[in-house]
Design a binder for this molecule. Sequence first.
Ligand code: HEC
Ligand code: HEC
Length: 329
Amino acid sequence: MSDFSSNFWSWFIAVVSIISIVGCGVLLWTQTMKRPSKGEQVKLHGNVWDEDLVEFNNPMPGWWMWLFYITIFFSLCYLAFYPGLGDFAGKFGWTSTVQYDEEVKKADAEFGPMFAKYAQVDIPTLAKDATANEIGQRLFLNNCAQCHGSDAGGSKGFPNLRDADWLYGGDPASIETTLTLGRNGVMPPLGDAIGGEAGIKEVMNYVRSLSGLKHDAALAANGKLKFTVCAACHGPEGKGMQALGSPNLTDKIWLYGSSEETISETIRLGRNNKMPAQLERLGEAKVHLLAAYVYGLGGGSSQINSAVSVAPVVPVASAASAVTDVPKP
Ligand code: HEC
Ligand code: HEC
């Protein structure tokens, strides 16, 4: 109600509500007929339809009338105790915001100590803890699955979190940083820098050659010369750089896809991809549990960060990314 600058609508709503309720009561009262006494002939309504269709003028059943009176009484009580009449807050002063805040406070008090306990445990250990993983999975389904898929397998533009291919690193610290601060992978449009559409075609062929896909060797050779523009971010051999989130172009795992059109589109239009920061939404303790859950999914640390290779390697049949490339014959 506070959205309005004057009280008019508040009063309007209150008055219309009261009039409607009282009106229902009055209507009911005036229509309550005396029941016919035993043996008395029930009168006809007096209306005739379809030439000869007539109707007895019986009173409403008693149980129905009483139910109606009770609902009227209930609605008046409700409006006295709960908000409903314009901006009158109701005797109880209840609001959904206060109730929500109280429930959150209660949940924090109940689960806080448990989260605090897990916050002390390092990620590789936590990743092997069944209860922590169960909580992590539930958090993942609620907060991450809409983008990464309920099995964390990803889809076009959303990385697979179960393979050992990482844009930003699969060691515990990198995963936790990704979740805490979010990530933003940016590749500028580069068509002009490599000589327009002809250049795009050459570099695209070179990129496809890097992972053994079908390509035109002569075009790829020219593309290789122009790849210096790309090497700044993808490295001289196209193996990517985790500091920038630039993907490895030599593995057979694709964020967007390996078709000629898709690679050309990436070069022509660039990409701007965002992983939202989670710290403010979820807090440190939940981010820590989620990082452990993701770490334990089987991808573990990447080959590049092999210093931390304590991840439990769980062979998962469906771990292959939705866009993992299988070279066509
Ligand atoms: C709105 C969609 C969205 C949501 C929600 C989301 N992510 Fe992401 N996430 C992305 C995108 C897009 C990327 C890739 C960013 C890039 O390309 O730079 C990403 C990247 C990541 C990465 C880095 C992967 C790598 O290869 O280095 C991890 C780990 C990750 N997300 C985990 C999570 C977790 C855990 C959650 C839940 C708390 C989550 N994400 C929620 C969209 C999302
Ligand atoms: C400024 C750094 C930068 C430069 C320069 C750059 N890229 Fe990228 N590239 C990226 C980033 C970051 C991504 C990931 C974008 C994302 O997360 O969505 C990317 C993604 C790609 C992809 C998508 C890979 C996949 O798995 O689907 C291709 C293909 C690609 N780049 C090719 C090139 C080529 C070819 C060039 C040179 C013409 C180039 N890039 C230059 C940063 C760069």
